[in-house]
Design a protein. Structure first.
Length: 134
């Protein structure tokens, strides 16, 4: 007599758990590298990067980002330095100390992009190792 045992639910649970743990680990690594890559004046932007992991039934996603407006300027630049095109004329602004400045924009620093690209190979290898260990 042949007996069949269906372990698919246990296997799916193990895979989902491993994927969630991997995404949490990968998100933390990329977040830490983004923080290291960030320029610091007040530290607000550097400290604003957050990680969120979403594991559904068939896929998982990790979100790394900031809700702080300066993070966009750090990533993409402003004015004539903006990666996707920006204002071509200079402007003046007053800083938090009340001092006036004239600028043509802010150069992009790309902290998140640099973090992701520098770690993508390492993260792919880590995912392969995690999935093999299940």
């Amino acid at each position: 007599m042949i007996q069949y045992t269906n372990n698919s639910a246990k296997v799916k649970t193990a895979i989902n758990s491993a994927v969630k743990n991997f995404l949490t680990e990968a998100g933390g690594e990329i977040q830490a590298a983004t923080i290291r890559n960030s320029r610091t004046d007040t530290g607000q932007t550097k400290g604003s990067y957050e990680v969120m992991v979403d594991v559904g039934t068939d896929e998982g996603t990790v979100y790394i980002g900031s809700n702080y407006q300066n993070a966009i300027w750090e990533e993409y630049g402003t004015g004539e330095y903006a990666l996707k095109g920006g204002r071509k004329t200079p402007w003046v602004y007053r800083d938090r100390h009340g001092k006036w400045h004239r600028t043509r924009g802010k150069t992009p620093n790309r902290p998140l992009f640099k973090a992701f690209t520098s770690l993508s190979g390492k993260m792919e290898a880590r995912l392969a190792a995690v999935l093999k260990s299940i």
